[in-house]
Design a protein around this ligand. Sequence first.
Ligand SMILES: [Zn+2]
Length: 193
Amino acid sequence: MGGEDAEQMTRLYTFASNIEYIKSKRGEMGVKLVLDDLHKKGYNLDIKNIKSSEWVPISLRKEFLYSVRDALGWNEENIYDMGRNAPRFSYALKIYIGLFITVEKALEAPNLWRKHYSSGTLELSKDTDLKKGIAKYILRDFDVDPLFCKYLEGYLQGFGDLTKSKNVVVKETKCTFKGDPYHEYTITWDVKR
Ligand SMILES: [Zn+2]
């Protein structure tokens, strides 16, 4: 387990929108509380280079979520909101989605998972039926923490919020931490008939 764990990495820039979000809710002091808590556990989040694409261990993502929870007293729903707001903090992503319009088009876009994470695969399930307004993403080989599952649920919802489709709802419907073989995120939206 240890060896494989050490190789799982994520990009430093995936934290940038989270730092902005914390700043917007709790100011610079809130950010400091989180960074200090991380530091106590022996982790360093280099916010001076937060836009950098350098790889950092995935354990930093997990510990970061724990520090947000413990140092700020945020619950699962607050962390979900932090994930949900992340896509709208990303200028590049906004432009990118702006080129599309609907959920259907966004789902046809290239899979960006491996740009942000060194492991795991995100794929559309065969149960996806764009005409019926239902899509299922399957996330395999990526078991960070239930708190990350919640964060990702928020993130995908935030992605859906940026599209022009109506009533986009994203829910994690399967989870390895609940005994399923993989994580599954079900996305539903209104389709024009
Ligand atoms: Zn999960």
